[in-house]
Ligand binder design. Structure first.
Ligand code: NDP
Length: 331
């Protein structure tokens, strides 16, 4: 059936926030295509997730060259939905992709050389069926390539019209400061940084968030739900359709320990007192940071997207609540 976007998609209050000191507005939740969009998933289901998000005002979709499986197939899936349903809405979308991890054989299919980044971007554009992406990222710092070369490749992507903005992912505070200076000198300010941040992974609080605020760079934390752990998904065991059962490459069943479950049940109770699901609570906790522009969620069901948007209804935490959370996590 021909897709017609919801006419009310832009009516949710307070959904958009400026990304750092740029002019770009991003929705406070963005949808990532790392899981559930590869060839191993039914196309119609992946399509429904993308269109449902767009219908709810989620305008930002995050990809990378290697998302699948197999690598490249999430970009192909998104390209197919773009062509089939969203081509008339390209200018309402912020589409990002990245290069930095293992993508093709030989010495030029990985890390941060100019050769790899620019060839990978061309491949991504072909898979997506696009002339340009909105954001192109260096997916991880490369200890063996001069930062000048990697940042030069990002700036070239913008100058050549194949990306509108550039971003960094998994860079330390020191690397980010250096990279931001180089990019400024090249006339392509860094738009956004994509680090891992959730209740169990708080490294960004030790310097990165301060650097991003100082540099005027937006922040889009990935895995804000710890791949589903920080939701009610695992409170009663591991459901057969959950990530830890279906695709345990990254979220392994052995990570879901009794100790974690005890903490999760306490967090769940705190969430209930705030009138939130555990997923909403975990997202609101990440979004409470002034430096955080948008939380980069994944979803396997459309109902999860709706649940997660509910996080925006109760964004504030009292000092007592934050102390209680810290005490639970330290227990
Ligand atoms: P999340 O931490 O948001 O985990 C998503 C998973 O949580 C879903 O697949 C689902 O699990 C579960 N879930 C989501 N909402 C709910 C809900 N309301 N109730 C119950 N369960 C819920 O993020 P991801 O790990 O998926 O990562 C998000 C994105 O971050 C990626 O798609 C990618 O774009 C980016 N990323 C970037 C990286 C980088 O190095 N830059 C690295 C990793 C990710 P289930 O499938 O079990 O239902």
């Amino acid at each position: 059936m021909a897709y017609v976007p919801s006419p009310s998609r832009y009516q949710r209050p307070n959904l958009y926030q400026r990304c750092g000191r740029s002019g770009l507005l991003l929705p406070r939740l963005s949808l990532g295509l790392w899981h559930n969009f590869g060839e191993t998933h039914a196309y119609e289901h992946s399509r429904a997730l993308i269109l449902h998000a767009f219908d709810r005002g989620i305008t930002h979709f995050d990809l990378a060259n290697n998302y699948g499986p197999p690598p490249g197939s999430a970009e192909r899936t998104f390209g197919r939905v773009l062509a089939q349903d969203l081509s008339a809405h390209r200018d309402e979308l912020i589409i990002s992709t990245k290069a930095g991890y293992d993508m093709w054989e030989g010495p030029y299919g990985n890390w941060g050389s100019r050769k790899y980044l620019l060839a990978s971007l061309d491949q991504s554009l072909r898979r997506l069926g696009l002339e340009y992406v909105d954001i192109f990222y260096s997916h991880r710092p490369d200890p063996e390539t001069p930062l000048e070369e990697t940042m030069g490749a990002l700036a070239h992507a913008v100058r050549s019209g194949k990306a509108l903005y550039v971003g960094l992912s998994n860079y330390t505070p020191e690397q980010t400061t250096r990279a931001a200076k180089l990019l400024r000198e090249l006339g392509t300010p860094c738009l956004i940084h994509q680090p891992k941040y959730h209740l169990y992974e708080r490294t960004v609080e030790k310097g990165l968030l301060t650097v991003l605020a100082q540099e005027g760079i937006g922040c889009i934390p990935f895995c804000p739900l710890a791949q589903g752990l920080l939701t009610d998904r695992y409170l009663q065991g591991i459901p057969a359709d959950a990530r830890a059962a279906r695709d345990p490459r990254f979220l392994k069943p052995e990570h879901i320990t009794e100790h974690k479950l005890t903490q999760l049940r306490q967090l769940h109770e705190l969430a209930r007192l705030r009138g939130q699901s555990l997923a909403q609570f975990s997202l609101a906790w990440v979004l409470r940071q002034p430096a955080v522009t948008t939380a980069l969620i994944g979803a396997s069901k459309v109902t999860q997207i709706d649940d997660n948007l509910g996080a925006l209804l109760n964004p504030h935490f009292s000092t007592e609540e934050l102390q209680r959370i810290d005490a639970i996590l330290a227990s």
